[in-house]
Design a protein around this ligand. Structure first.
Ligand code: PBG
Length: 329
């Protein structure tokens, strides 16, 4: 076009006041968008701050209940539970992962008893239970697929028995969503959903989480199962496979370095898409804010808004409470 549209078109007109900006805002955050991750540990009346996640805690079950009460009071509808397992309960066959009286199962039942309306998601993967710190079973230095997926499907049934609303497999084994769906149907858990970590990348940004659960891989890395950060076509393939295998929600993880993946996945599946704003992303904003280099609340809200803009329907985030509190103002 040769003729300038200016001054007929002046986009700044719609930015002139707070109300004008709000009126034409294309995306809105709400507490209902957030999934609050929770870390539970054995014991009583204790909370331990995670050193690389300032302001975030691992709770014993009793104190976790108080935390959930607060989460609920802020309008957050959903929590995602992770268990910190003591070293002496870790092995290479997921014994503790399948224990009906294990920390995960007991805490799941307790949460559903006290907070029946809270949508409870539980993490499915072997790493917190594994003496090798890997998400599957290790044989000859390799993370074997099908036996791991079989075990993870049993774990899903065990969590469903305990009362989980959705199981959240974060392991990246092939075919596990189909196997889980089949196992849940066979055990008559027709209404237990699956939030699949479909596009989960081999990421450096999980560091603080591994500190929290003491779950860093004991040898090697997770690159034979988690995705190569270079790839996006592959993310669409993973998401479509999981949707076909029966996933109810598809997740992309991490969040901030993968907004293009969120968009691509959102456009290729017909189920809600969630994104995981992971521990390292939380730590970066916290650390910069502690140094006075960033305004924490502004940086947090901008990041969370970015996820919505990229197409995420749900956001798992350690900022859930802080952001929900700001949204109430
Ligand atoms: C492991 C798991 C990880 C996270 C969630 N589930 C770490 C990993 O894959 O090593 C990371 C979450 C975060 O960093 O916030 N199954």
């Amino acid at each position: 076009m040769s003729r300038s549209l200016f001054p007929n078109s002046r986009p700044r007109r719609l930015r002139i006041s707070e109300n004008m900006r709000r009126m034409v805002s294309e995306n809105h955050l709400s507490a209902a968008d957030f999934i609050a991750p929770l870390f539970v540990m054995e014991g009583q009346n204790q909370k331990a701050e995670i050193s690389s996640m300032p302001g975030y805690y691992c709770f014993t079950q009793d104190l976790l209940m108080k935390e959930i009460e607060e989460i609920q009071s802020l309008g957050i509808l959903s929590v995602l539970l992770f268990a910190k397992v003591p070293d002496d309960k870790k092995d290479n066959k997921g014994t503790e992962a399948l224990n009906p009286d294990g920390l995960m199962q007991k805490t799941t039942a307790a949460i559903k008893k006290e907070f029946p309306d809270m949508v409870l998601m539980t993490d499915i993967a072997l790493d917190p239970y594994s003496s090798y710190g890997h998400d599957g079973i290790v044989v000859d230095g390799k993370i074997i697929n099908d036996k791991s997926a079989e075990l993870l499907a049993k774990m899903a049934v065990s969590h469903a028995e305990a009362g989980a609303d959705l199981v959240a497999p974060s392991d990246m084994m092939d075919g596990r969503i189909g196997m889980m769906r089949h196992a849940l149907e066979t055990a008559q858990f027709f209404d237990t959903g699956i939030m699949a970590y479909s596009a989960k990348y081999a990421s450096s940004y999980y560091g603080p989480f591994r500190d929290a659960l003491d779950s860093a891989p004991g040898f090697g890395d997770k690159k034979t199962y988690q995705m190569n950060p270079s790839n996006v076509v592959e993310a669409v393939k993973e998401a479509q496979l999981d949707e076909q295998e029966g996933a109810d929600i598809i997740m992309v993880k991490p969040g901030l370095p993968y907004l293009d993946v969120v968009r691509a996945v959102k456009e290729s599946v017909s189920v809600p898409v969630s994104v995981y704003n992971v521990s390292g992303e939380y730590a970066m904003i916290k650390a910069a804010a502690q140094k006075g280099w960033l305004n924490e609340n502004e940086a947090m809200m901008e990041a969370l808004t970015g996820f919505k803009r990229a197409g995420a329907d749900l956001i798992a985030t350690y900022f859930a409470k802080d952001a929900a509190r700001l949204l109430l103002l």
